[in-house]
Design a protein around this ligand. Structure first.
Ligand code: PNS
Length: 160
């Protein structure tokens, strides 16, 4: 069974993430979305909120699971029996950090592969931080976040 893991902060999940999730879930038997701690970032949404938003966005999808983990990604890969890390690349600016992560993870376990997917062009400018900025200022976020999640995101900022 081919188990892939799509890790990230998902603070909060965007339509850009959903595009990667849809595409990745078609090329494996099981896709685990891993909500992890990125020590370089201070999350706005709690781990529970980020997991809940992802679950709400996904509904019932038989081969997709959402989980959280607070250690190293490579350890989570082993816990899941997963073979492949899926990452989305939007622009050259993502590359340096992603290369470092991929090489580091390869160094720690050469059997684990990192696979990059190019983000769909319409989401190439989108990020969770842009969504947070719009929501904080009460601007429309519906085009950028999965159906049914906007309300909970606004609520975080006391908007609408
Ligand atoms: O969505 P992000 O913030 O770009 O995702 C980055 C994330 C969470 C996937 C990355 O920070 C990560 O893998 N964190 C888990 C801890 C880890 O394994 N760090 C790399 C070795 S120091």
């Amino acid at each position: 069974m081919k188990i892939f893991v799509y890790p990230g902060s998902f603070d909060p999940v965007t339509r850009g993430h959903m595009d990667i999730i849809d595409r990745a879930s078609r090329i494996c038997d099981k896709l685990i979305i891993a909500v992890l701690v990125n020590n370089a970032k201070n999350p706005q949404f709690s781990m529970e909120e980020r997991v809940a938003l992802l679950r709400q966005a996904l509904g019932e999808r038989p081969n997709i699971e959402v989980r959280s983990f607070s250690g190293l990604l490579i350890d989570f890969m082993h816990v899941c029996g997963a073979t492949t890390i899926i990452k989305g690349l939007r622009a050259v600016s993502d590359f340096e950090y992603e290369l470092q992560m991929a090489l580091l993870n390869k160094q720690m376990d050469p059997d684990i592969e990192t696979m990059f997917m190019m983000t769909a062009i319409q989401w190439s400018y989108l990020s969770s931080s842009v969504v947070r900025e719009l929501a904080r200022n009460g601007a429309p976020i519906d085009p950028y976040v999965p159906d049914g999640t906007a309300e909970a995101i606004y609520a975080k900022y006391g908007k609408k």
